[in-house]
Design a protein around this ligand. Structure first.
Ligand SMILES: [Zn+2]
Length: 227
């Protein structure tokens, strides 16, 4: 006798397994828990859990299928960060599916595609906070500081980062500090993101959109929010 395992049967079986484990699961993080007022605290708390190795137990089946998949997404926080494999924002901030609206590109720079994405997130989906998140040891920023000539389409990111470095002081060796450059890049990209978008600038002026700048340390795992 053959038993045909359908997707619904599999889902039901998984639900039973997850339900049996529910006594040890902590509450699922859902996007509606993050308000404009507590967004910064929620991100800091998530990063603290990540640092402590005390991340929330996520019920992925619930978050994916029963919550965001069926009911649609209501992300709270947009994140513009680097493509670097060490900077996954959902892990760094200990967030589940449906909370973060993320654009990732080498050097975390804004362009029309990123701006349009965040305009959609803000105007349509309800994103109320955008974090521009740079990181230490960023290869894209380091290459820009070094003035390296890169092949292919890679100059797309160095040329996008270059304007952010204008005016930075040079050390005795005539070079710009990479750390200074990473911070300057985050601040400049955040400013440009708003300046180049009527939708984002109006939302910010109306107080319905907050922009945060931060640097993630790839060695310690800590996120430092900039003033
Ligand atoms: Zn990077």
């Amino acid at each position: 006798m053959y038993i045909i395992i359908t997707r619904s049967l599999l889902t039901a079986a998984l639900s039973l397994v997850l339900a049996s484990c529910s006594t040890t699961s902590q509450p699922v993080e859902i996007s509606t828990e993050i308000t404009p007022e507590n967004a910064l605290l929620a991100l800091k708390a998530g990063n603290a859990r990540y640092l402590d190795g005390d991340v929330r137990t996520h019920d992925w089946l619930h978050e994916r299928i029963h919550k965001t998949g069926a009911e649609g997404q209501v992300p709270s926080i947009g994140v513009l960060t680097c493509a670097d494999s060490r900077t996954p924002p959902e892990l760094i901030f200990d967030q589940g599916i449906g909370s973060l609206f993320v654009v990732r590109v080498a050097g975390n720079f804004q362009n029309d595609a990123a701006i349009g994405t965040f305009e959609y997130g803000t105007a349509v989906l309800g994103v109320h906070t955008i974090v521009v998140l740079g990181h230490t040891k960023c290869g894209a920023v380091t290459a820009t500081v070094a003035g390296k000539k890169l092949p292919g389409k890679m100059p797309a990111f160095t040329s996008a980062i270059q304007p952010a470095l204008a005016g930075l002081p040079k050390g005795a060796d005539g070079t710009i500090s990479t750390t200074d450059a990473e911070i300057a890049n985050v601040r400049w990209q955040a400013a440009e993101l708003v300046k180049r978008s009527d939708i984002l600038s109006k939302a910010k002026a109306a107080g319905t959109l907050n922009i945060l700048c931060a640097i993630y340390d790839v060695e310690t795992g800590a996120v430092r929010f900039l003033d």
